[in-house]
Design a protein around this ligand. Structure first.
Ligand SMILES: [Zn+2]
Length: 293
């Protein structure tokens, strides 16, 4: 179920690692270590890829397939508000070219990207890769960043939205993205900032600790890793690069009654508090990083 225990930090390579949290609120309990040098937190020993796959399959088939299909289509229109806003923001820097979404899921972000770019995707799940290939054909690769068919310097923009925390070797993924990007291209990463007060105050109870997540970054160590990989310029956004409105519009997708609009208060509060940051300090743990090659 677990792979071999790591003796070094998977992000910076330092051998100075120590135990951080034992997470035992799931059926599969696991341990996390922290690197004393860069503060990177990682599952150690990591669950094997096969075990993680089996966890997701279980979740996937726990509901009726028909229901989840209809649900996906119903929410898609609302999720597009967020996808479109993200693509518009990327478009401020990158006007055209090839676009790659790593962890493309059902291809929603790819569809938004098609307004300016030629969209490609990488998706590890056969269920969603099959669905997405119906629209994008061979432009969707069923696999990972380690076995894709794309050539170096091919992409103008690459996105990894809530993807990098699932990877056992994130440093290798950053190197791969760097080599896939053309000069001045951008890599967009959304993941939790474990240095945020929200994550630190909750410790091992923070909801981000889950069996599918192997890598837990901070703004600092992610930025350092990107610079070390060769990216020239980094910009960090709190909580995300776009405004509050697309989030509110997206949330309507799950609303069924008038009272659900009360959620707008919670979403607004989180978004505004999420903007509070100063140097290393961030109140909440949401961040988006733009790294330019
Ligand atoms: Zn480290």
């Amino acid at each position: 179920m677990f792979s071999q225990k790591k003796e070094r930090c998977p992000l910076c390579g330092s051998p100075e690692i120590r135990h951080k949290y034992r997470i035992n609120r799931y059926e599969t309990a696991f341990d996390t270590d922290i690197c004393s040098s860069c503060g990177f937190i990682f599952m150690n020993p990591p669950l094997t890829g096969e075990t993680i796959k089996s966890l997701y399959t279980e979740q996937y088939y726990s509901g009726s397939a028909d229901y989840s299909y209809v649900d996906e289509r119903r929410i898609k229109k609302f999720s597009a508000y967020v996808w479109d806003s993200r693509i518009d923001y990327i478009h401020r820097f990158i006007k055209s070219g090839n676009f790659l979404d790593v962890g493309a899921s059902f291809g929603g972000l790819m569809e938004s990207a098609e307004r300016y770019f030629t969209a490609y995707g990488i998706e590890v799940s056969s269920y969603s890769a099959l669905h997405t290939s119906a629209r994008f054909g061979s432009r969707i690769h069923h696999g990972t960043l380690a076995d894709h068919p794309f050539s170096r310097n091919f992409f103008s923009a690459i996105t990894m939205i809530e993807l990098i925390e699932h990877l056992e070797d994130p440093a290798a993924a950053l190197r791969e993205c760097h080599s896939l990007l053309r000069e001045n291209g951008v890599l967009v990463i959304q993941t939790a900032n474990m240095n945020g007060l929200q994550a630190r105050s909750m410790g091992g109870n923070y909801e981000y600790f889950m069996p599918g997540h192997l890598s837990y970054f901070s703004m600092n160590n992610l930025t350092q890793a990107l610079l070390k990989t060769g990216f020239k310029k980094i910009r960090v956004f709190y909580p995300v690069e776009f405004g509050l409105l697309p989030k509110l519009k997206k949330s309507r997708g799950t609303f069924t009654k008038l009272q659900d609009y009360k959620n707008w208060y919670t979403i607004t509060k989180y978004h505004l508090l999420g903007m509070i940051h100063w140097n290393d300090f961030a109140l909440k743990s949401s961040m988006v990083v733009y790294a330019f090659r």
